[in-house]
Unconditional design. Structure first.
Length: 127
């Protein structure tokens, strides 16, 4: 849903609202500080701002598209440094080297990486 909403900003606000069977006890996960999470909060939904451990961010708070060579963070120490900044400082340093404010309620660690479990354990130790 986050990727879909990113490409279609009006759908970010409409997607949660159009569901006539909306359950207010469920959690809406979305890209941290995005239009989707803002729309969910406006509707009174329990909203979780998700950040990404192994992805780079743009100055507008969006993720760098995967077609770009710098979209993924492959250096474990850089990824952990980014996680700590996002959780403890409420910012992320964009690829343009600007600090972007965001909320971090949940950290996405992509499980398809060769060392995903080891990385998650190491990241947890750093906190």
């Amino acid at each position: 849903m986050s990727s879909f909403a990113k490409g279609f900003p009006t759908s970010a606000a409409a997607a949660p609202a159009e569901n006539s069977l909306l359950r207010l006890d469920l959690l809406l996960y979305g890209l941290a500080s995005s239009k989707l999470t803002a729309a969910g909060e406006k509707l009174g939904l329990l909203t979780v701002h998700e950040v990404f451990a192994d992805r780079t961010y743009q100055a507008d708070g969006t993720l760098t598209t995967r077609t770009m060579p710098n979209a993924l963070i492959t250096d474990e120490s850089k990824a952990i440094t980014q996680i700590i900044e996002m959780v403890k400082e409420g910012t992320v340093t964009s690829v343009q080297q600007t600090k972007v404010a965001l909320q971090a309620h949940s950290i996405c660690v992509h499980g398809d990486g060769a060392h995903a479990v080891q990385f998650a354990k190491h990241a947890r130790q750093e906190f």
